[in-house]
Design a protein around this ligand. Structure first.
Ligand code: OXD
Ligand code: MN
Length: 591
């Protein structure tokens, strides 16, 4: 093949096959160089796929507007195409692999005619590290190439690291006509292959992220004895310079990026506490030579939700977006060629275009940015990025935190009795819908380990894998906690201030990990004694208020048991016996 950047036979054979299928006019081997990326950015601006923003105010930044019907992940059109249906399990959509390949190849046939095939070599995890896994994505989208350059370690060094190995993830993306009816995001775990057609939206087409680093990687983790999780990773530095690492899973829209980049309240900052961000969305975790659990963020950038991000909610995220960032579906300020989104500040631009590219009048009550508008920003831009971000060994995890959005049931924080109980706590994770989201308030959506849309195999086998990991870790296992920042009072107002003040809860968590603070054993696990959570300096918040959100209401938990029993019912015989036992223990404890 002309200009090929590799001689790897499995790579060349696969690409040749896909060239024959998609019939591109041109083929471009992406080498990761800035020169090539600049050429592509300029080309993207010529075709209208990108708009270069104000170089002085937002250097190296671009705006991209997606098709109107293509603004989010599409769970209903996302399939796990395992050989056997039962391996996908009741929480995934399944399609038989033969049927899926036929359908997808039919759609992909000739899909690159008149277009260029870009061949993207990328690594999830630092190239050459024990965590790293390599992938090649074929795409006909410049937006995908320049986004992958931010979100992954992309470039020809990946071919050098791969050598002649066949151990890499195949990814084929075709924009086609962005036809919703023919949109499919399919995963073939037995072939390490992902095919995505008729979408241009990040979560569906940046194949390194949800498709590879979670759905395919969760399968690899199961086979190879590690975990691929939908978790942030942060390091909490104390005044003596020691750093404790925490991994935390929350469903979408529970503030994962904010927690990952938390700025401690002043009373902690004065003493020298700091939070370092290792990752905001995905953690790969392996047992290290010392027997502990070590975690690595396989990504290289943040694909964050823009609305709600501002200098108060998350200054570190906002600062991360001030250079070399791609904004998708936000407002264009035509006066100074910059961007805006709801709640960025109180000054919506007067002369503006909304995410649809239409003239937008901020006083007409419509939203200017799409609620799922995004920034794609290099992790290195983040002022609190951890010095261990590129560490080949990852970071040792002391605590795993699960969380959800519960008005009353879950207390502010509690600790599981042990690893297996912690797996139970993760498996029953749930969020209640808010009025803003659906109109139906308080509907509980179970989202075990925040992996509902991302676990690439049977969820009950996944829980069994977690239990196995606990056996291997033994007494070196991280402690497992659950947090709930979203308890409400009788008027429906949030009680806990959240944001930077979540540091006060993290502080308790790390003291529990090192065994320097006591706790109160309740039916659901260890709950803090109110005196042990530092509430100094919190306004309108006293120890009674704190006690009100540490309360475990037995009636609500009895109702919760019904919900859990119904949910567990879906998994039939595959449900690990340990989890049934944990449910029984909970029932007995509540009696
Ligand atoms: C994400 C998600 O985009 O979880 O990270 O939906
Ligand atoms: Mn996510």
């Amino acid at each position: 093949m002309t200009n090929a950047l590799t001689t790897n036979p499995s790579v060349l054979a696969w690409i040749e096959e896909k060239i024959a299928l998609t019939q591109p006019d041109r083929v471009m081997w992406i080498d990761g160089s800035n020169e090539q990326l600049e050429e592509l950015r300029a080309e993207g601006c010529r075709t209208g796929e990108l708009r270069k923003l104000n170089e002085e105010k937002l250097p190296g930044c671009y705006l991209h507007l997606s098709a109107l019907n293509d603004v989010a992940r599409v769970e209903g059109r996302t399939f796990i195409c395992s050989e056997k249906e039962e391996d996908a399990g009741p929480t995934n959509h399944w399609m038989a692999p033969d049927k899926a390949y036929d359908l997808l190849y039919d759609i992909a046939k000739g899909a690159y005619k008149g277009r260029t095939m870009y061949i993207i070599p990328y690594s999830m995890g630092p190239v050459g590290s024990p965590f790293a896994k390599y992938g090649i994505e074929l795409t006909d989208s410049i937006y995908v190439v320049i986004s992958m350059a931010i979100m992954t370690r992309m470039g020809k060094e990946v071919y050098a690291a791969l050598g002649d190995s066949n151990d890499w993830i195949r990814g084929l993306h075709c924009k086609c006509d962005i036809d919703e009816e023919k949109r499919y995001i399919c995963h073939f775990p037995q072939d390490n292959t992902i095919i995505s057609v008729n979408s241009g939206y990040g979560g569906n087409v940046l194949l390194g992220k949800k498709c590879f680093a979670l759905r395919i990687a969760s399968n690899l983790g199961r086979q190879e004895g590690w975990l691929a999780e939908h978790m942030l990773i942060l390091g909490l530095e104390r005044p003596d310079g020691t750093i404790t690492y925490i991994a935390a899973a929350f469903p979408s829209a529970c503030g994962k990026t904010n927690l990952a980049m938390l700025i401690p309240p002043e009373l902690y900052r004065e003493k020298g506490y700091k939070v370092w961000c290792v990752g905001d969305d995905i953690a790969w975790m392996r047992i290290g030579a010392d027997g502990r659990l070590w975690a690595c963020n396989p990504e290289n950038g943040f694909f964050g939700v823009a609305p709600g991000t501002n200098m108060k909610s998350n200054p570190n995220a906002l600062i991360s977006t001030q250079k070399n960032t791609i904004f998708t579906n936000v407002v264009l300020n035509e006066d100074d060629n910059t961007v805006w989104w709801e709640s960025l500040d109180k000054n919506p631009p007067k002369n503006a275009r909304n995410w649809k590219g239409e003239k937008w009048d901020c006083t007409d009550g419509s939203k200017g940015a799409h609620p799922n508008s995004r920034f794609t920003a290099p992790a290195k831009n983040c002022p609190c990025i951890s010095s261990e971000f590129d560490s080949p060994a990852g970071v040792p995890i002391s605590a795993i935190v699960f969380g959800g959005r519960r008005a009353k049931t879950a207390p502010l924080v509690y600790q599981s009795r042990d690893w297996d109980h912690g797996v139970f706590v993760g498996s029953i994770m749930a969020s209640e819908t808010t009025a803003a989201a659906t109109g139906a308030v308080g509907v509980v959506r179970r989202d075990p380990m925040a992996m509902l849309p991302f676990c690439g195999y049977h969820m009950a086998d996944y829980w069994a894998h977690w239990i196995e990991m606990g056996k291997k870790l033994g007494d070196k296992a991280p402690k497992i906690f659950n947090v709930n920042w979203f308890r409400t009072d009788d008027e429906g107002h949030f009680v806990w201030p959240g944001f930077g003040d979540n540091m006060r809860v993290l502080d308790w968590i790390i003291r529990r990990c090192e065994g320097t603070v006591d706790a109160n054993e309740t039916a659901i696990g260890y709950v803090p004694n109110a005196e042990d959570i530092n509430i100094d300096g919190l306004e309108d918040f006293d120890i009674e208020t704190l006690k009100s959100i540490l309360e475990v209401d037995k009636d609500l938990w009895a109702a919760e048991i019904d919900g859990i029993t119904e949910f567990y019912g879906k998994f039939g015989d595959k449900l690990p016996a340990k989890l049934t036992e944990e449910l029984e223990t909970l029932k007995n404890n509540l009696k």
